[in-house]
Each structure stands twice: as C-alpha cells, then as structure tokens.
Design a protein. Structure first.
Length: 134
C-alpha cells in the first residue's frame, strides 16, 4: 500500500485535474508514472492536457513552503518538457486552490497576451476576473 503522503499527493493531483478540466473545458489528467521524466531524465510536471504548460500540484501542510519551492521546480520542469509556460496549483486547507507563479512566469503570460493584441499594448474588452472560486 502507498504511503499516506503519496496518497494525499495523488488525490490532490486528481482534484486539480478535475478543477482545471471544469474551468478550461478540456480534459486535464494526471501524468502517470513515477517521476514523469523525459528520456533525458527531467521531470515534466504532474498534469497533462493543457497545451504548452507544465503544471505542478502541491498539497502541503506548509503552503508557504509550497508557494516558495514548487513554482521554481515547475519552471525547471517546463524546460525539460519544452513547454513555454509553467504554473503551480497549491491546495490550501479546506480545498481552496491558488495558482502560484514566479514573477518571470507571470511576465511570460503577460508578454504573450500583449503580443496577441493589435497594438501590442492593450487588451480587448474582457470581463473582470471573478477573483474567487475554488
């Protein structure tokens, strides 16, 4: 039988995959296989199904440590996977989720979004973010 921490991590990955599937309207799954490594040996993240992304999942009692550590790991994993974007989903007590990015990861998103706008400086009219949810 798997150890309790592995079971907790597996459950968090399944929960995060379901959450992202619902939010994005696409199938997001756990990557199967211990370590989820490339042929060169580099880890490539916990979830699969979001094109161009490596997604790391953390369900730690010490959420501050997860927020400090996991985004940098996700960045390294995005290099291993050849993916332009990395994100970390951190599960807080009670089932609240937050996406945590390094400033560089956030800037990569913003730069890409601004490159998509006709003037390169403005966004189209978008509804405000709900800021809440899971």
């Amino acid at each position: 039988m798997a150890n309790p921490q592995k079971r907790k991590g597996d459950a968090a990955e399944r929960e995060a995959a379901l959450l992202l599937s619902e939010l994005l309207g696409m199938t997001v799954r756990r990557r199967l296989g211990a370590g989820r490594t490339t042929s060169a040996g580099g880890d490539t993240g916990d979830l699969d199904g979001v094109p161009g992304h490596v997604i790391q999942v953390a369900s730690w009692a010490n959420t501050a440590a997860a927020a400090r550590t996991k985004p940098e790991e996700a960045g390294l994993q995005s290099v291993h996977a050849g993916a332009p974007f990395a994100a970390t989903l951190v599960r807080f007590r009670g089932g609240t989720w937050r996406v945590v990015l390094t400033p560089q990861q956030w800037a990569a998103y913003v730069s890409w979004i601004l490159q998509q706008s006709p003037q390169g400086t403005a966004l189209p009219d978008l509804p405000p973010s709900s800021g809440g949810g899971a």
